[in-house]
Write a protein that binds this ligand. Structure first.
Ligand code: UGA
Length: 440
């Protein structure tokens, strides 16, 4: 199958390489010349485990190319729309400017029978609008949301939990175009489907909602446990034990019940806000009123950790040296979009602390965003003469830190475990003041 992938960010670059590795002939299109240049030489433009290897093996087959020219999408049968939908400045709504630009640029290159497959996370109703604009071209639209996690993007693309197709439908049944689009996507995903990966075939509205519903549920789960952390803080209980105990109930499950600094990144925060905004437009804002609380609980954790720093520093962080371990929004990523770690680091700096941040992969991105912060190459360098150390992103190398080695460089042995991943007994035994979120 000849495929075009429009937008080569965290989603599109991985999708393009993965589709080529499945045997398809793929062209990835992006407006960013530097990104396209890197991808052409099989270099990943961002940190994603497994992507460099996938890019090299896919490029070696000769089936994967990249271009900045939308005309190169012509001739492909399936066109995956993978551009970003960030939060609109000053609003909760999603900014659809990239979707609009990509779709408009693609239109003149479509042939009758082509299928545009939307993967970007969009407000429900977007697919219907785009489908209408295909009328008269002979091309059709399918909505095929993506559920990949950064850090596991290659695995999640090649072996997803499920595939969802939103087809053009009438009276609850796919139209002729809808059925044709389905057959083409079945061909694209023949290999994952042959592994028995569940396939949900539905209409446009449901497919678009599945994506934001999934992210909203995950955000709610995280904020639920962080709300419990607030209760634990008020009662002396331990939220990690609480999560273990409720997580044994299979109906609840232990995954995504890690209390700490909360969720960030380019997806969960902006998706729940865009969902709330869309619900308002649809006249059902009450249905998603709880997401406002989910957002507030999440944001309160960032404030709480700054308060904790103040507490352990005898009431003030002004002029104190703070080492922040982690800048990425989660481990195994160099993505700093709405990163809780970086947000807390910046907040402490703005409140008068001298903050030094370190991260195994995200320092360059973090420095571009917050040039006023200081950056260090390693935890030991960041922690030199620190009055307090904050573990903000749970990279394996931070989980494995040796309290005695760190004790040798800091001014005061005070550690804040912003992700509840250190062993309090071990750190206290080494003479550290250990504080965490939702743990005594
Ligand atoms: C999320 C979803 O998990 C993906 O399924 C979805 O495809 C993607 O958004 C998207 O919409 O593109 P991602 O943003 O890569 O994926 O990150 P997650 O693994 O969901 O983590 C989000 C945040 O929640 C991170 O900041 C993480 O540290 C935090 N988190 C996660 C917690 O605070 N506690 C947990 O128990 C789990």
């Amino acid at each position: 199958m000849r495929i075009s992938v429009i937008g080569c960010g965290y989603l599109g670059a991985v999708h393009a390489a993965a589709m080529a590795s499945l045997g398809h002939e793929v062209v990835g299109i992006d407006v960013d010349e530097a990104k396209v240049e890197a991808l052409r030489s099989a270099k990943a433009p961002f940190f994603e485990p497994g992507l460099p290897e996938l890019l090299s093996s896919a490029s070696a087959t000769g089936r994967l190319s990249f271009s900045t020219d939308m005309a190169d999408a012509a001739g492909a049968t399936v066109h995956f729309l993978c551009v970003g939908t960030p939060q609109k400045r000053g609003e909760f709504r999603a900014d659809l400017a990239y979707v609009e630009a990509a779709f408009t640029a693609l239109l003149p290159h479509l042939r009758p029978g082509d299928v545009v497959a939307g993967k970007s996370t969009v407000p429900v109703g977007t697919a219907e609008d785009l489908a209408e604009r295909l009328a008269g071209t002979g091309a059709s639209l399918v909505w095929n949301p993506e559920f990949l996690r950064e850090g596991f993007a290659v695995q999640d693309t090649l072996h997803p939990d499920r595939l969802v197709y939103g087809l053009e439908s009438a009276d609850g049944e796919p139209t002729v175009d809808g059925a044709r689009a389905r057959a083409l996507l079945d061909e694209v995903y023949a290999e994952p489907l042959s592994e028995g990966i569940p396939l949900v075939v539905t209409d446009y509205a449901t497919a678009q909602l599945v994506k934001v519903a999934a992210n909203s549920f995950l955000a709610t789960k995280i904020s639920f446990i962080n709300a419990m952390a607030e209760l634990c803080e008020a009662t002396g209980a331990d939220v990690t034990r609480l999560a273990d105990a409720i997580g044994y109930d299979a109906r609840i499950g232990r995954r995504f019940l890690n209390a700490g600094l909360g969720f960030g990144g380019g997806c969960l925060p902006k998706d729940i806000r865009a969902f709330m905004a869309r619900a308002g437009e649809l006249g059902v804002s009450d249905a998603l009123g709880f997401l406002k609380e989910v957002d507030s609980v999440n944001m309160r954790r960032r404030v709480r950790v700054v308060d904790l720093a103040r507490e352990v520093c005898d009431g003030s962080i002004v002029g104190r040296r703070v080492a922040v371990l982690g800048a990425a929004f989660k481990p195994n990523s160099d993505d700093v979009r709405d990163s809780p770690a970086l947000s807390v680091a910046a907040q402490m700096q703005l409140q008068g602390a001298h903050v030094t941040v370190t991260d195994p992969e995200a320092v360059a991105n973090a420095a571009a965003k917050w040039p006023d912060l200081r950056f260090a190459a390693s935890p030991l360098e960041a922690a030199r003469d620190a009055d307090v150390v904050l573990l903000a992103t749970e990279w394996d190398e931070y989980r494995a830190l040796d309290p005695d080695a760190l004790a040798g460089v800091v001014a005061h042995k005070r550690i804040l475990d912003g992700r509840n991943v250190l062993d309090p007994v071990r750190w206290r035994a080494a003479g550290w003041t250990y504080r965490a979120l939702g743990r005594p």
